[in-house]
Design a binder for this molecule. Structure first.
Ligand SMILES: Nc1ncnc2c1ncn2[C@@H]1O[C@H](COP(=O)(O)OP(=O)(O)OP(=O)(O)O)[C@@H](O)[C@H]1O
Length: 342
């Protein structure tokens, strides 16, 4: 996936550099382990093909068997010679040292530096990414799993936005949502995340970055960043979950999932955007509601988008227990019948 801009180094130069100076270790709390390279080498069988999990834009990922077989982890390796990769890895370590959620995030276990390489050790997610589940399998997830994934990602993003100071992820997309051993969707890849209030100098100085197709059109300059940029990307992710279409797919016209799906949602033609590979949704009201939430999240004016807290409250109405759901719906007022003004 192509990053529009990952130019964090120049931002660090102009901003409050000591805040992020991981190497001098002034601000990073020691909650993670410092691994020896030799341990990671043997834990991955010498980074063998057998342990290879995948390759991203900044390096490769391997499965590691640590602590005498008691801990299975994923090791991401990036090369120091790529400055953008280095700054993203350092940033990911910094952020993940401060936010931790065993059920919602792909958490940091530790890290190691060796010669020209940074190695970051994180929770191992044995069931691939949401991108793979939606786009690369012959058996895509059914509607109830999709609803669960949507709700789990919403909770993960909300927990970032409501931490103190808040964290804006800036790269929410299906390939950064990984599925754990219990089938839960967890948010990973915090390389572009920013921790701080929007008025903080670090946040104000960092150039826009993200992935094409998910990037908020209002986020054109550093000062435009807000949590609503994550809300936009989350809306794209919801459209992807509902339709099974990629954020941008040149095989379709229009290629953008937003340009295609939102007019249909506004006309109430929800069935037209539902993924045909998995049949009709049994819980049509929930999918209807999810589609409306998605359309609200991708509104062109950031201030008109709901917060992740509001999205969460609406999604909580899909409790698997119909009685609980009915009560919640009564108390909160469902979306059904609401007009959607872009
Ligand atoms: N914690 C993990 N557990 C298991 N597999 C992982 C883990 N992290 C990444 N992977 C796998 O490794 C591959 C590369 O991941 P990585 O995060 O480096 O890149 P990406 O998110 O796919 O792409 P990009 O770097 O462009 O954002 C992914 O396909 C993913 O399935």
């Amino acid at each position: 996936m192509g990053y529009l801009s990952c130019n964090a180094e120049s931002a660090i130069a102009t901003c409050d550099s000591h805040y992020w100076d991981l190497k001098k270790n002034r601000t990073t709390p020691k909650t993670h382990r410092n691994f020896h390279y030799s341990d990671l080498l043997s834990a991955t069988n010498g980074f063998s093909a057998d342990c290879f999990l995948g390759k991203g834009s900044h390096g490769s990922v391997y499965r590691a068997t640590l602590d005498g077989g008691n801990l299975i982890a994923a090791v991401k390796i990036t090369n120091f010679s790529k400055p953008s990769a280095t700054s993203q890895t350092e940033n990911e370590i910094e952020i993940l040292s401060r936010v931790r959620n065993p059920r919602r995030f792909v958490n940091l276990i530790g890290y190691c530096s060796h010669n020209h390489y940074h190695l970051i050790v994180v929770d191992y997610m044995p069931n691939g990414s949401l991108y793979d589940a939606l786009h690369s399998t012959t058996t895509p997830p059914g509607w109830s799993r999709r609803l669960r994934f949507a709700s789990q990602v919403a909770k993960a993003v909300h927990s970032l936005h409501s931490s103190n100071p808040p964290v804006i992820h800036r790269d929410i997309k299906s390939s950064n949502v990984l599925i754990d051993e219990k089938g839960r969707a967890r948010l990973g890849d915090f390389g572009l995340a920013l921790r701080g209030h929007v008025e903080d100098v670090r946040v104000k100085c960092t150039p826009p970055a993200g992935t094409l197709g998910y990037l908020d059109p209002c986020y054109l300059a550093p000062g435009d960043l807000s949590a609503k940029s994550d809300v936009f990307s989350f809306g794209i992710l919801l459209l992807e979950i509902i339709s099974g279409r990629k954020a941008i797919d040149l095989n379709y016209s229009p290629p953008s999932v937003v340009d295609w799906a939102v007019p249909l949602i506004k006309r109430g033609e929800i069935a037209s955007i539902c993924d045909r590979r998995i049949g009709r949704p049994s819980d049509r009201a929930a999918i209807w509601q999810l589609s409306v939430v998605a359309a609200k999240c991708v509104r062109s004016r950031a201030e008109k988008r709901p917060s992740m807290g509001e999205n969460n409250r609406l999604m909580d109405e899909w409790d698997p227990n119909p009685n609980v759901r009915l009560n919640k719906s009564r108390s909160l007022g469902g979306l059904q019948g609401q007009r959607l003004n872009a």
